[in-house]
Design a protein around this ligand. Structure first.
Ligand code: SF4
Length: 358
C-alpha cells in the first residue's frame, strides 16, 4: 500500500499554484496534525506500506517541533523495511536542523520545488529563494546522506529558451538523480489566471520541451513519464503506483484516496477539515471507469501499459477498446513487445491522445 499525507500550509503563495493550500498560520497547525492523526486511525487498516509521500503545500514550512510531530505519524503505519519515504519542500524552508530531523525519521527522498535558477523568473513566480540557495540546500541534503533528490522545474514562464538552457545546465551541475519538468499552466483561480497572463508561443514551448528531453536523455536521465526524468533506480515508486492506477491512501485536506475501487476525495476547505468534516465525496469506480483511468494514467509512462497485465486485470483485450486500433494504425500509439505506448513523436501532445479515453 502507498500513503500520501497532505500538508496544505505554505509560507507564501506562488503566482501559478492551483494545489490545495493556505498560508501558514501557527494557530491551525496543532489542530491539523491532530486531525491527521485521527484520520489515519479511522481509515488505515494496517496494510504493509511501501511508500510514504508527504506533499503539499509545503510540509517543511512547519516549525521544527511541528515537523517532528508530523514525521512521527509514520509510526502509526506498518512499514516495509525498504520503504521510499519522500517529503516535498521549498528550498528556503530547509536548514541544517530540519534536514537532520528528516534524516532521523527515515526520510530518504526529498522533492524540492525549485522551478527555475533564474532569480528574475523566481520573482515573477513569487518564489522566495534564489538559484544559489538551491546549490546550498542540495549540498546540505547530501551531507546527511540524502542523495535521492528530485527538483521540479517549470518552463515557458518567459519565451526565452536561454533561461531553459541555463536551468537544465544548473540541474546537471547539482548531480542529483531525478527531475520533473512542467510547462507553465495558467489556471483560472491563480494570480496568473486573474491577471490574464498569456501563454508563450507554442512553437517556442515545443523547442524548449525538445531541448529538455534531448539534453536530459544525453546525460543519462531516462524520460520515464510525460514530465519526469530519472537515473536508473531512481524512478519515483509513489508516482509509478499512481500511474499504474494502484491503490493508495490520501490523508489530509484535499487529499484523494483510491481504496477498494472507491475514489475518496477529502474536502479542500481547511475549516471543514479541522472540524473533522473531512470527506467531500466517495465515488465507486465501476470496471469501465477503472479501465479508462488505467489507460489514461498508464499511457503517461513512456514504457506504456503492459498489455497482458491489463487484459488479466479487466478480462478484456485492450486493443479492442475505444479507438485504440485506429490510433495504432495512425501511428499515434505503438503496440510492441507486450506494451502499448504513445509514439515518441506524439509525446508532446500526449493530452490530445489521452482525451480519447475519458
Ligand atoms: S506551488 Fe507549492 S509552495 Fe507554491 S503555493 Fe503552491 S503548494 Fe505552496
Amino acid at each position: 500500500m502507498f500513503v500520501y499525507i497532505h500538508v496544505p500550509f505554505c509560507s507564501n503563495i506562488c503566482a501559478y499554484c492551483d494545489f490545495p493550500k493556505v498560508l501558514y498560520d501557527k494557530k491551525y497547525i496543532d489542530r491539523y496534525l491532530e486531525r491527521l492523526d485521527e484520520e489515519i486511525d479511522a481509515r488505515y487498516k494496517g496494510e504493509k506500506v511501501g511508500s510514504i509521500f508527504i506533499g503539499g503545500g509545503t510540509p517543511t514550512s512547519l516549525s521544527y517541533q511541528e515537523l517532528e510531530r508530523l514525521l512521527k505519524l509514520k509510526d502509526k503505519l506498518c512499514l516495509d523495511s525498504d520503504i521510499e519515504f519522500t517529503i516535498e519542500s521549498n528550498v528556503e524552508c530547509l536548514n541544517e536542523e530540519k534536514i537532520k530531523l528528516l534524516k532521523k525519521y527515515g526520510v530518504n527522498r526529498v522533492s524540492l520545488g525549485v522551478q527555475s535558477f533564474d532569480d528574475s523568473v523566481l520573482k515573477d513566480l513569487n518564489r522566495h529563494h534564489t538559484g544559489a540557495d538551491v546549490f546550498r540546500v542540495v549540498d546540505m541534503l547530501k551531507s546527511v546522506g540524502i542523495f535521492s533528490i528530485s527538483i521540479d522545474l517549470i518552463y515557458g514562464v518567459r519565451d526565452d529558451i536561454d533561461i531553459v538552457r541555463d536551468d537544465i545546465n544548473n540541474f546537471l551541475k547539482l548531480d542529483i538523480p531525478h527531475v520533473s519538468c512542467y510547462s507553465l499552466i495558467i489556471e483560472d483561480n491563480t494570480l496568473y489566471g486573474v491577471n490574464n497572463r498569456e501563454y508563450i508561443d507554442d512553437d517556442i514551448e515545443y523547442k524548449m520541451y525538445t531541448f529538455i528531453s534531448n539534453t536530459l536523455e544525453e546525460h543519462g536521465y531516462k524520460h520515464y513519464e510525460v514530465s519526469n526524468y530519472a537515473k536508473e533506480g531512481y524512478y519515483s515508486l509513489h508516482n509509478i503506483n499512481y500511474w499504474d492506477n494502484g491503490e493508495y491512501y490520501g490523508f489530509g485536506m484535499g487529499a484523494v484516496s483510491y481504496v477498494n475501487s472507491n475514489r475518496i476525495s477529502n474536502t479542500r476547505n481547511l475549516s471543514k477539515y479541522l472540524k473533522g468534516d473531512m470527506v467531500d465525496s466517495i465515488i465507486y469506480e465501476d470496471k469501465e471507469t477503472s479501465m479508462s483511468n488505467s489507460i489514461i494514467l498508464g499511457l503517461r509512462k513512456v514504457k506504456g501499459i503492459e498489455v497482458l497485465e491489463f487484459n488479466l486485470r479487466y478480462g478484456v483485450d485492450i486493443i479492442n477498446l475505444y479507438n485504440i486500433r485506429e490510433l495504432i494504425d495512425e501511428g499515434k500509439l505503438v503496440y510492441k513487445n507486450g506494451y502499448l505506448y504513445i509514439a515518441t513523436d506524439y509525446y508532446y501532445v500526449a493530452n490530445d491522445i489521452l482525451v480519447n479515453f475519458v
